[in-house]
Design a protein around this ligand. Sequence first.
Ligand SMILES: CC(C)(COP(=O)(O)OP(=O)(O)OC[C@H]1O[C@@H](n2cnc3c(N)ncnc32)[C@H](O)[C@@H]1OP(=O)(O)O)[C@@H](O)C(=O)NCCC(=O)NCCS
Length: 174
Amino acid sequence: MGMSVTISAATDVDAEQILKLQYLCYQSEAALYGDYGIEPLTQTLDDLCAELARGCVLVARLGEEVVGSVRGSVEEDGTAVIGKLIVHPRMQRHGLGRRLLSAIEARLAQERSAKRYRLSVGHRSEGTIRLHRSLGYTPVATEPVSPRLSMVTLEKYPAPLGREAVRQEYAASA
Ligand SMILES: CC(C)(COP(=O)(O)OP(=O)(O)OC[C@H]1O[C@@H](n2cnc3c(N)ncnc32)[C@H](O)[C@@H]1OP(=O)(O)O)[C@@H](O)C(=O)NCCC(=O)NCCS
C-alpha cells in the first residue's frame, strides 16, 4: 500500500526542510522571470524561523519527508495574507497545492478569525493564477516590482459573506 500525504502544523524542526523545498520549488519561478534574487530564494533560516514563531505554517508530509508547505498570517482587519505555497516538483499536478491552500484557509478562519484571504503571484505564473481562480480568488491589483516582474494580488471572500454581501451589508447599515 502506498503512503498517503498528511497535512499538519509545522514546527521548528521542519524549518530546514521547508527552506530547502522552497529553494527547489521557486527555481522555476526564478527561471520564468530571469531573476534568481527573488525573496523566496534569498530568505534565511533565521527569517523563516521567525515566521514559524509568529505565523501559521503548514507542511504536507510523505512519511518523514516534507513535500509541500504554505504559510499565512492575519492582519488586524481580518485579512489573511497567504504565501509560499509550494509542492515538490515530483508531486505537482496531483491536487496537493489545492489541498494545502484549502487547509490554510480553514485554519486561519478557525484559529485567527480570518474574514478574507489575499495572496500575490507573479504576473506570468499562469498555472498558479488558474489554481487560485479555481478556488475562488479574483485578481484585484497588479503592481510592478521590477522591469521583468509584476505581482498580481488576488482576494477571496468566503461564502456567505462574498463581496456582494459585504457591499449589501454596508449599504444596509449606511
Ligand atoms: C503552485 C504549486 C504549489 C501548485 O501545486 P500543485 O500541487 O501542482 O497544485 P495542484 O495539483 O493542486 O493544481 C491544481 C490546478 O492548478 C493549476 N496549476 C498549478 N500549477 C500549474 C502549473 N505549473 N502549470 C499549469 N497549471 C498549474 C492547474 O489548473 C491544476 O489543475 P489541473 O492539474 O487539473 O490542470 C506548485 O506548482 C509550486 O510549488 N510552484 C512553485 C512555487 C510557486 O510559484 N508558488 C505559488 C506562490 S503563491
